[in-house]
Design a protein around this ligand. Structure first.
Ligand SMILES: [Zn+2]
Ligand SMILES: [Zn+2]
Length: 215
């Protein structure tokens, strides 16, 4: 059992032994190793000898450097990280076609339809909207942005109607082909308020979801 320590310079996969470290709490030999990628890492002698550890971890990570995703070209693996539940994932440094540098995780790069920087995303979303003739997911964006009241609307406020039978004001909102009832109100002001709140909630989230790109 009492064999010689590993000689500095001995290679295991991408790792080269630098020097022996203090033994771990179980009395096992450990070495500081330099990985070909430039990272230093402490490894148990057992894991080196048995071939369990062959890199600092970079071998197991897929190398995306040089690959293109949408408008992004991956330049390098950065030391920035993004949270994923209780864990965190490394971020790739990417250059957007516009010249901006942005940082994205592997899952985002692989699952985003067209990856780009956060400056390009809203411009791209706007272009997409025009391409789709203003229709996205059943909602016409020109209608969202249009605050003019409907012509045959007795209240004068878009989406708010006076109902002569009940004598109340009713608020409605058409969103993604569904007509949402926002309730009946004694006062015009309350009906208008309900309509405004619903507009902000539904349209705001909707426009956010179009422009949003994760890290
Ligand atoms: Zn490495
Ligand atoms: Zn860009």
């Amino acid at each position: 059992m009492n064999h010689e320590s590993l000689t500095p310079g001995t290679r295991f996969g991408r790792l080269r032994v630098q020097k022996e470290l203090a033994k771990d709490k179980n009395g096992k030999r450990r070495y500081l190793c330099l990985c070909d990628c430039g990272k230093e890492t402490a490894v148990l002698e057992n894991n080196l000898n048995k071939g369990h550890t062959k890199s600092c971890g970079c071998l197991k990570r897929q190398d995306l450097v040089g690959m293109r995703f949408g408008r992004l070209t991956v330049i390098a693996l950065s030391d920035k990280r993004a949270p994923r539940g209780k864990r965190s994932v490394p971020l790739w440094e990417c250059r957007c076609d516009c010249g901006n540098i942005t940082y994205k995780a592997t899952d985002i790069l692989k699952n985003t339809e067209v990856s780009m920087c956060s400056d390009c995303a809203p411009l791209y979303a706007a272009k997409k909207m025009r391409e789709n003739a203003g229709y996205v997911g059943g909602t016409q964006l020109s209608r969202i942005q249009n605050t003019k009241p409907d012509s045959n609307n007795a209240s004068g406020i878009r989406g708010v109607y006076y109902d002569p039978r009940s004598g109340k004001y009713r608020a409605r909102l058409r969103f993604q082909k569904k007509l949402l009832n926002l309730g009946s109100y004694e006062n015009l002001e309350d009906a208008v308020k309900a309509r405004k709140e619903a507009e902000n909630r539904y349209f705001g989230e909707f426009l956010d979801s179009i422009a949003k790109q994760g890290t």
